[in-house]
Design a binder for this molecule. Sequence first.
Ligand code: PLP
Length: 218
Amino acid sequence: MSAYQEILQQLGHTKLIGVSKTKSVEDILALYHEGLKTFGENKVQEVCEKYEQLPKDIEWHLIGHLQSNKVKYIAPFVYMIHSVDSLKLLDEIEKQASKCNRVIKVLLQMHIASEETKFGLNTKELIEILEYYTANPSVYSHIQIAGVMGMATNTDHEETIRKEFQHLKSLFQYAKDTYLLGDKNFTEISMGMSSDYKIAIEEGSTMVRIGSLLFGKR
Ligand SMILES: *Cc1c(COP(=O)(O)O)cnc(C)c1O
């Protein structure tokens, strides 16, 4: 059985994003022909090049840190941006999506790991963005906040990872209950990578982002 088929069997209702960063278009096409149509990249230039070369029914997810001045390059085709970590970036996505006459789904990236280096919002910043977003619905007609994203600490200690995923789930629930009740677009919790996706699924992940387990190591 292929790695893809093995992962599929673990997923249940959780969606799979194939993280194809550094992998060739041939590698992506092989999975595409096995049935995977959803891929994630972390660099703007790389996702643009791959978009050009690959079938147009692929759903592209930008999962890495995104600078505001590069949003314009992906706005014409990107399906979802997982890494929104400021109001400035949210505003730029709205502006560029509007120019393309599109609606782009975004996730708010939360800082849940103990490591300093990982990007993401803290709870206070999350609240600030949600308050502004819900107070100004007419401003944001070309984006949908579809949920939250987070990366757990890079550790073998399962309980640490589990607690961080539980924290992300609780932030999702808080955001939904407090700000987005009745918003049918706010549904996603993007958590889980090759090393921790099984824990993420147990803790309520709706989207796992899997690279090396699917494509082989980078
Ligand atoms: C690279 C990457 C992944 C996938 O990592 P693997 O360990 O290869 O599964 C998931 N999420 C983000 C944000 C990444 O940059």
